[in-house]
Design a protein around this ligand. Structure first.
Ligand SMILES: Cc1ncc(COP(=O)(O)O)c(C=O)c1O
Length: 354
């Protein structure tokens, strides 16, 4: 294991008040960096004061988008501990993303060790109010100063952290989501199942259209037939139809969400019928019309669960469960957040206590 050098800040920042936190606005005192140079591999892992990067304007990340990232959280527990939730899965997914856009693999064990040391060092930044957490953003960028399309010969892998406020300040609010008819997020064979920066840039247009119409996110359909449901902007999607919970199977163009995987485990453990398969928008609309569409919810690190109160498809507004959170959504939310804040036993072995 490479040794991680530490340079501590001499100028600790003032921590924001809990009601100002929001999301992704404030950053902790320290960050982790490790460099990659062709011929040397990953080297010089270090924790340093949070600071701007100095990068050549010709660095390949700015031109050809060779960038991958992750998102996970550290949670304060009721007994003053700090828990990480399935961080090994995030570093594993980062390596899958790396593989897809030809970034050299990171050492997942080193990354986890670095993360533990970084969170421990900035532990005071983990907010403790109910629903708050420390959002963690690992990312890798191509730094070779060169114009010309080829894989970069140098990279930086960086971890930054941001205290984040409660997603649900006034109870869980179902979201309104617009099903996108024209634009697509990803196609099988593309980069949809990797967490690359470009996927998010290509999704902005659909998101802008949805926002203009008063919807908070886009539900993407498959890129070929525009029929099969894929996922939401930053969440995987589930439907409960006639007692069975259905989520689109991982087909190569959907991000394999870690929350999605956790929900599937919880559902199976509770003997709730669950299916991972292709599901078309027509099937959802039909279930709505015949009264069997019982719940819909998105899953992701940011909100854990976002119940869907309304789906807009073409000219039709599909109102789900009277715009209220459903029974299964509530159970899944309570189970996962209970494991994350240490009030429920972690029978799956998902958390790491620092
Ligand atoms: C496109 C997309 N789908 C799904 C998810 C949910 O993934 P996870 O549960 O790992 O946060 C995210 C968030 O990372 C995302 O960006």
């Amino acid at each position: 294991m490479l040794e991680i050098k530490k340079e501590l800040t001499t100028n600790p920042k003032e921590k924001p008040a809990v009601d100002q936190l929001g999301f992704g606005q404030f950053f902790t005192d320290h960050m982790f960096i490790v460099d990659y140079t062709e011929g040397m591999g990953w080297h010089d892992p270090r924790i340093i004061p949070y600071q701007p990067l100095s990068i050549d304007p010709s660095a390949m990340v700015f031109h050809y988008g060779q960038a991958v990232f992750e998102g996970l959280k550290a949670y304060a527990t009721v007994d003053n501990g700090v828990l990480l939730f399935r961080p090994d899965r995030n570093f594993n997914r980062l390596n899958h993303s790396n593989e897809r856009i030809v970034i050299p693999a990171i050492d997942e064990e080193l990354a986890l060790e670095a993360l533990k040391q970084l969170v421990t060092l900035d532990r005071e930044w983990v907010p403790t109010a109910p629903g708050t957490s420390l959002y963690i953003r690992p990312f890798i960028i191509a730094t070779e100063p060169h114009l010309g399309v080829h894989p970069s010969n140098s990279y930086q892998f960086i971890i930054i952290m941001s205290p984040s406020g409660s997603y649900y300040k006034e109870g869980i609010n179902p979201v309104k989501i617009m099903v996108e008819q024209h634009f697509v997020r990803a196609v099988v064979g593309g980069t949809g199942e990797a967490k690359t920066a470009g996927n998010y840039a290509s999704a902005l247009k659909g998101q802008e259209i949805a926002h203009k119409e008063g919807y908070s996110q886009t539900l993407w359909l498959d890129g070929k037939e525009h029929r099969y449901i894929e996922e939401v902007g930053s969440m995987n999607i589930f439907f409960k139809i006639n007692g069975t919970v259905i989520t689109p199977a991982l087909n190569g163009s959907i991000l394999p969400g870690i929350t999605r995987d956790s929900m599937l485990h919880v559902l199976k453990a509770k003997n709730i019928p669950v299916e991972e398969r292709r599901i078309s928008i027509d099937e959802v609309v039909e279930a709505y019309h015949n009264g069997t569409l019982e719940e819909a919810f998105g899953t992701g690190t940011a909100a854990v669960i976002s119940p869907v109160g309304e789906l807009k498809w073409r000219d039709e507004k599909i109102l789900i469960n009277n715009g209220e959170i459903g029974e299964i959504s509530q159970m899944l939310y309570d189970t996962l957040t209970g494991i994350q804040n240490g009030t429920l036993e972690d029978s799956f072995g998902w958390t790491i206590k620092l």
